[in-house]
Design a protein around this ligand. Structure first.
Ligand code: SF4
Ligand code: SF4
Length: 204
């Protein structure tokens, strides 16, 4: 997946569509994808909030005069090529498909949370009802039917781009060709498959 930071307006439609599509619990602290608002203040300090979809009205208010610039960063499972979550699962419930998507077999998962702790991107949570690990699958159930992930389909700004990374004709192939790309936490060598354009150096 490609994400163009300059296009995201923080509307949270992707977050809502993901919750609906994937039966993610409605509470504000369970997400398969979420959007962070970064505020770089005049004094050079950085404030980060996850868009709260109207749940939490108590977060810090930052005065306009203190803001140097702000932008939104959509996040989700990076579908790492070298995924720490797969390495630590004691029962093989977390695995990589032949086409490179990291999935959780909820019949095998014992809810031990090792993968949740191992993910350096905070992409996983324990589902409060099923008691198994849950996270973004790129909407794998849609991909196998030739559909786009729900977040990509609903984004009104085309900030999210999906396709075959190896195909230069795909939307993602074009995105890769046309942009200078970054990944999150590159020093960890997880080799993420979520690629960002126009990513600020303050984002981690
Ligand atoms: S982002 Fe986290 S959950 Fe996703 S593949 Fe990487 S380590 Fe696993
Ligand atoms: S739907 Fe698109 S523009 Fe809206 S928050 Fe998500 S990525 Fe950003």
């Amino acid at each position: 997946m490609g994400i163009d930071i300059d296009k995201c307006i923080g509307c949270a439609r992707c977050m809502q569509a993901c919750k609906t599509e994937n039966d993610v619990p409605g509470y504000p602290f369970y997400f398969r994808t979420w959007v962070e608002r970064y505020v770089i203040k005049v004094d050079k300090s950085v404030a980060v909030n996850t868009i709260n979809m109207g749940f939490d009205e108590s977060r810090d208010v930052i005065l306009e005069k203190d803001v140097m610039r702000s932008f939104f960063v959509p996040k989700l499972c990076n579908q790492c090529d070298h995924p720490p979550c797969v390495q630590v699962c004691p029962v093989g419930a977390t695995f990589k498909t032949d086409d490179g998507v990291i999935l959780v077999d909820d019949k095998r998962c014992i809810g031990c949370r090792y993968c949740i702790q191992a993910c350096p991107y905070g992409a996983r949570y324990l589902h409060p009802e099923t008691r198994v690990a849950d996270k973004c699958t790129f909407c794998y159930h849609r991909l196998v039917r030739g559909l786009l992930p729900a977040c990509v389909e609903v984004c009104p700004k085309q900030a999210r781009v999906f396709g075959d990374m190896k195909s230069i004709a795909s939307p993602l192939g074009r995105f890769i060709r046309m942009n200078k790309l970054h990944v999150l936490k590159p020093s960890l060598n997880t080799d993420p498959k979520v690629l960002y354009a126009n990513l600020d150096g303050e984002v981690n």
